[in-house]
Ligand binder design. Structure first.
Ligand code: DCP
Ligand code: MG
Length: 392
């Protein structure tokens, strides 16, 4: 049988991840609505819920109190990052048996480029089945997979096939599959863009695909051209592997564009904390800090600063990020995405044995904080300003 090299991207995403780990570890929860995020009388939000709870309209990021109103019989559980982290590592180890080209997107989600593995395993479909089997047998979890010839369509295939999906979108069927879907399925189209498109009479991806490019550009700028390509099933983004870490970053796209400085600063604080922690855990330090801001009109700007020395300190990252944000000034108004990344990395593993280097790029208080968090679970101690963001 000829190898079908065209279908080379697999997207994988665990079903109802945190809730599935809870149901796996406590059989009495299986088949029941389970909501993970904390007690229903707390001010937190839903991290996720089992598919049994989704029938009632419960969703991620919804206030727990609202989730209780919708589904009073649900079992509410706190977030237990330690167990989810272990499950995640186990699943990513399974991915790595099939290809080294893995782009992690979140704790339970990744793109796999299997171009180089097709001659060994035969087809992407076979690889996806093997992954599903191994994840179920070894980690006790259900993973949905989507296969296609680019990242956008592979992820869409996963989303369309969930739960327990294994959907393939072939090149010849892509435009047909896309045509009837709402524009919200396009990568990057949020509520604001949907409204603009609706006013233009565009509701489905098919509508968008046949809209002349100049009209799209007039209403949506550069973004319009990007959406048009996606609508035609074109996405040239490469799977970015983590094999040799050149940079690391975090970003968030807001549900609604914002211009609240405090909220932007709070995001940067959270990212600095997370990136600093990731640097320290992987024994890396960085010299360049970059913030990325995407405005409401999709115009994206990056601002970088290269420090005098290397750092793995969250505090230094945050101060630098704030400096860069201030330098940006008012910019082009409302913001849809903010991100922080660090690059120019080096390992400090070897240097550590020389006491001279110890603690240079990390303050003593941060070391202590890390030790406590390592020992008692992620986020046992966090900066006070981060409290509202803790359960997201
Ligand atoms: N998560 C969170 N807060 C959110 C969204 C997600 O804490 N606002 C956490 C809980 C999820 C995990 O991340 O279990 C993975 O996110 P997914 O979007 O993949 O959601 P699930 O895996 O829970 O469900 P599914 O992928 O089946 O839709
Ligand atoms: Mg998931």
């Amino acid at each position: 049988m000829a190898i079908q090299t065209d279908l080379n991207i697999i997207h994988c995403d665990l079903d109802a991840f945190y809730a599935a780990v809870e149901q796996r570890d406590n059989p009495s929860l299986r088949g029941r609505p389970v909501i993970v995020g904390g007690r229903p009388d707390s001010r937190g939000v839903v991290a996720t819920c089992s598919y049994e709870a989704r029938v009632y309209g419960v969703k991620s990021a919804m206030p727990l109190a609202e989730a209780r109103r919708l589904c009073p019989e649900a079992v509410f559980l706190p977030v237990d990052m330690k167990r989810y982290g272990e499950a995640s590592r186990q699943v990513f180890e399974i991915f790595s048996r099939f290809t080294p080209d893995i782009e992690p997107l979140s704790i339970d989600e990744a793109f796999l480029d299997v171009t180089g593995s097709l001659c060994i395993f035969g087809s992407a479909e076979k690889i996806a089945w093997d992954i599903k089997k191994a994840v179920l047998n070894e980690a006790g979890l259900i993973i949905s997979t989507g296969i296609s010839y680019n990242k956008f369509l592979a992820k869409l295939a996963t989303d369309l096939g969930k739960p327990d999906g294994m959907k393939i979108i072939r090149r010849e069927e892509a435009t047909h599959v896309l045509s009837l879907l709402p524009v919200s399925r396009l990568w990057g189209v949020g509520t604001k863009t949907q409204q603009i498109l609706k006013r233009m009479g565009i509701e489905t991806i098919g509508d968008l695909a046949v809209t002349p490019p100049d009209i799209l550009e007039k209403h949506l700028g550069q973004a319009g051209m990007f959406f048009r390509e996606l609508a035609h099933g074109i996405d040239n983004r490469k799977v970015e592997t983590d094999r040799e870490v050149k940079s690391m970053g975090r970003e968030i796209t807001f549900d609604e564009d914002i211009d609240d400085r405090h909220q932007l600063e709070a995001c940067l604080l959270q990212f600095s904390y997370l990136l600093g922690r990731r640097l320290r855990r992987t024994k890396l330090e960085a010299r360049t800090v970059t913030i990325k801001v995407r405005y409401h009109d999709f115009k994206t700007v990056n601002r970088s600063k290269t420090l005098d020395g290397y750092t793995a300190s969250s505090t230094v990252l945050y101060e630098t990020a704030l400096f860069l944000l201030r330098k940006l000034g008012q910019g082009r108004g409302r913001i849809r995405l903010i991100g922080l990344s660090v690059s120019n990395l080096r390992s400090f593993e070897g240097l550590e044995q020389f006491s001279l280097f110890k603690n240079e790029s990390v303050s003593r208080s941060e070391e202590l904080l890390d030790q406590i968090n390592d020992r008692f679970g992620e986020d046992t101690i966090i900066t006070a300003n981060l409290l509202p963001y803790r359960e997201k």
